[in-house]
Design a protein around this ligand. Sequence first.
Ligand code: ATP
Length: 460
Amino acid sequence: MEAKTLTDLQTLVSLCKRRGFIFQSSEIYGGLNSCWDYGPLGADFKFNVKMSWWKAMTRRLDIVGLDAAILMHPMVWKASGHVDGFTDPLCDCKSCKTRFRQDTAPTKDGKTVCPNCASLDVTEPRNFNLMFKTYMGPVEEGASIVYLRPETAQGIFVNFENVQTSMRKKIPFGIAQIGKSFRNEITPGNFTFRTREFEQMEMQYFVKPGSDMEWFEKWKETRLQHYDRLGFKKSSLRFKEHGPKELAHYARAAFDVQYEFPFGWQELEGIHNRGDFDLTQHSKFSGKKLEYFDEPTKEKFVPYVIETAVGCDRLCLALLCNAYTEEKVTKATEKTEGGNGAPKDAEAAADIRIVLKLKPEIAPVQLAFLPLSKKPDLQELAHKLRDDFAQNWRVDYDESASIGKRYRRQDEIGTPLCATIDFDSLVDKKVTVRHRDSMTQDRIDISQLEAYLAEKMKTF
Ligand code: ATP
C-alpha cells in the first residue's frame, strides 16, 4: 500500500472545514483574521488532547492543577516584564505600506528590506507591545486598564504560596494549568499555528537551586515521552537550544521542542529554566516574600522554576499534520472478506483513501456503529449498541450511503474501529469490526465486544 503524508497545509485546512474540525471565526461576516472556531469534531479532539496533557501532569503526586483568571492585576505584567519588554520591533514600508516585523525581515548590506516588495525605503523600527488592553469597570480611562493575559504562567507564579501552603506541597513540586492566552501578533498565520487567541498548557516545576539543571534534563525527557505516546514519529521532532542571543535575559537554559510542519521546522513547546526570576520579581513588586522553607534543613530559599509550555492549538495542528495520510488502495490490499454476511467488496469504490492516523486516546470518535442497511431491525440493534457503548467510549452512528463510503468517512476523521451490524447479527449476536489502519475485519460476539475494544485500541 503506497502512503503519502501531508505536504501542503491547505489540504488539511480543507479537511478540517469539510469534516467539522476547524472553521474560520465569524466566517459569515468574511472571517476574523487569525481566529478559529473548533467544530464538533475539533472540539472533542482538542478536549482529548488537553485531557491527555492534564493527566500526564496532574496524575503525578508531585504536580497539582490550577485554573487562574485571564484578567489579572495590572502590576503582574509590570513585574513580569511584559509591559516594558513584551514587544516586537515593527517597521512600515513606505513604498507598499506593508507593516512587518523587523527581526524576521530580510536584510541587505545591513539594511532592512520589505518582505513584500523588497524596497529599502522602510521606517525605523518602533516597539509594539503584543498585549491586548481592555478596561475594567464602566470608565475607559488609564487607571482602569487591564490586559488579557499573554501567557498562563503568571497565574501560577502569583499563586505559588496559596498552592504550596493549601496543598502542603514539598519541593520539588509543580503546578499545571490550561487556559486561554492572547497576543496581538503582527504576523499570525499558517492556519492555527500562530493566532491571536490561543490556549496554552503550561507547567511550572519549583525546585531547589542547584538541582535545576538535573530537573531541566528530566523534563526534556518526560515531555518527549508524552509526544511519543501521542503518536509523533521520532524523526519529526527535534530539540533546538536557544543560543545566547535568543535566550531571555533571566533564563538559565532554554530548549524548544520543534516539529517538522509542512511549512518547516517550528517551535511546538518551550522548556525553560527560569531560575528565581519570576518569584523574585513578584516579591519585589507585591512586597510579599515568596520563599520556601525547607523543614528538614531549616533552609529558606526562593525556588528555581523549570517550565514546560506548549500551545494546545499548535499541538492539535501538529497532531493533525502527523496523522494525515493518503493511501493508494488496490483491491489486493483491501481485506473485504469479513465473517458471516460481512460486506464483501465494501471498500472497492475509491482507490485513494484519506486516513487520520490518530491514537484512540485523542481521536474524536473511537468507534462507529454502522447498520448494513436501513432495515428497522438493524437500526434498532445498532442504536442499542451505540447507546450502551456511549457509556465508556466516544461513539458514532451512521446509516447513510454505502458501507464503503461510511468506512471512508470514518477513516477521514480518524475513527480507529467500525462495527457493522448485518442480518446475521440479529441471529448470531455478532458484529464485524473493521480496523482503520489495516482494514482487516474480525467477527466478534457482542458479549465480548467491550473486552475486544479495550485490547484492540492498544494496537494503534
Ligand atoms: P513564538 O516564538 O512562536 O512566538 P514563543 O517562544 O513566544 O513563541 P512561548 O511564549 O514560549 O512562545 O509560548 C509557549 C508556547 O505557546 C509556544 O511554544 C507555542 O506552542 C504556544 N504559542 C505561543 N504563541 C502562540 C500563538 N500566537 N499562537 C498559537 N500558539 C502560540
